[in-house]
Design a protein around this ligand. Sequence first.
Ligand SMILES: Nc1nc2c(ncn2[C@@H]2O[C@H](COP(=O)(O)OP(=O)(O)OP(=O)(O)O)[C@@H](O)[C@H]2O)c(=O)[nH]1
Ligand SMILES: [Mg+2]
Length: 454
Amino acid sequence: MEKNDIIYAPATVAGTGAISIIRISGDGCLELSDRLIHLKKGLLSQAEGYSLHFGSIYSGEELLDEVLVSVFRAPRSYTGEDSVEISCHSSSYIVSEILHLLSELGGRLASPGEFTQRAFLNGKMDLAQAEAVAELIAADSKAAHRVASKQLKGEYSQTFRELRDKLQELAALLELELDFSEEEVEFADRGKLKELAYNEIERLKRLCGSFRLGNALKNGVPVAIVGAPNVGKSTLLNALLGQERAIVSEIAGTTRDTVEESIVIEGVRYRFIDTAGLRQTEEVVEKMGIERSLEAVSAAQIVIALLEDGASEENDSIRREILSRMDLGVQKIIWVYNKSDLHRNTESKGLRISALEKENLEGLLQAIKDCALASEVENDTIVCSERHYAALKQALESMERLYRSLDLQISEDLLAQDLREAIASLNSIFASVSERITSDSVLGEVFGRFCIGK
Ligand SMILES: Nc1nc2c(ncn2[C@@H]2O[C@H](COP(=O)(O)OP(=O)(O)OP(=O)(O)O)[C@@H](O)[C@H]2O)c(=O)[nH]1
Ligand SMILES: [Mg+2]
């Protein structure tokens, strides 16, 4: 891949809208565009930056389309290079013909994410911001959008930069100790080092912990509906979705497999998962279904445990079973009594609903919303990228190793090595190109997941 060669790609999906946009970027792309597009007067290569032009594109002698052309001059463009955007009519024929002409004129079809990769390489954004571009495009709910746009604005990177700076301070303290080690003075006080390391470990832990929520906000909050057979789990799923998605019957053991459907409620996407009823059984297929139910419990952010009034003993064993699969530090559980329509005279306890009569579903929805957002503090950094999470975990491991070693008589060299590793892990999250610490494999991983044209 040459550094500034001319790349082009459609930036819009073919054939769906009225207009399609084709992007071109690289050294000499204005001159190349002049050979493709005929303006009434003047040339694109003489146009000012940030200007809009009307022109025609010919395929041989024949008029192909009349187009609008935006010119962005370096460095004030998305990629930081001279760039052009052609808005043409959204015919798949017109688009493919223009792409063909661009190729004949010497351009190269961009690879996925290559425009953003150039923006990164030209110092327009750091790595986490570049990733946020893809997240923003994929965001399909307000919550996912909010997380992505915070990351795009760079507040997110700032958190990691601060953390990295703290670790560098620690490294400096250790180095002092190294310098003086010949004279057998323990220069930096180990207690102080430990305290500093401890604080950063706590911060790393909090950030790692936010991944579960971040991932949920991005991909939808998984909400598992579990309980004994026949308590009305499938009825509840259907009621929440407002559609007959799962089969309901009075036969216990109707649902054999997990059934999943997602909806957006007040800006947050929820993935509701209906499961097979929990009970002792020897039946092979049902057993497999029940194992899946329990896996759904472990994987959920929120568990709706559906119980039946009166069935106290059965409820107890189910309670235990569910709780044994949960990490209550991060997962939330809502205990719900269903079929309140059958127990009108019972004293009310807990959250009572009737899935069948759609009674008090608002109460349940409120409880779900409270759980989903309880841990989301407005100004907190929420990690939602798998890649960042992996890097954070690595940094955390290195720091914990360092922390343990501080008590032992381990040489400063080794301590410094742990710190260097932790710093490198953090850098890999947000590094900007000027910091020269991003490897090609990281770039490949990040930009390979983009769509073409971005
Ligand atoms: N009266 C009343 N009946 C309900 C209510 N919710 C569900 N039912 C009935 O209970 C029976 C079982 O409902 P399902 O939704 O299939 O129960 P389930 O928990 O999915 O059962 P399995 O899939 O077998 O585990 C059906 O006959 C429903 O109509 C409710 O709130 N009130
Ligand atoms: Mg069911």
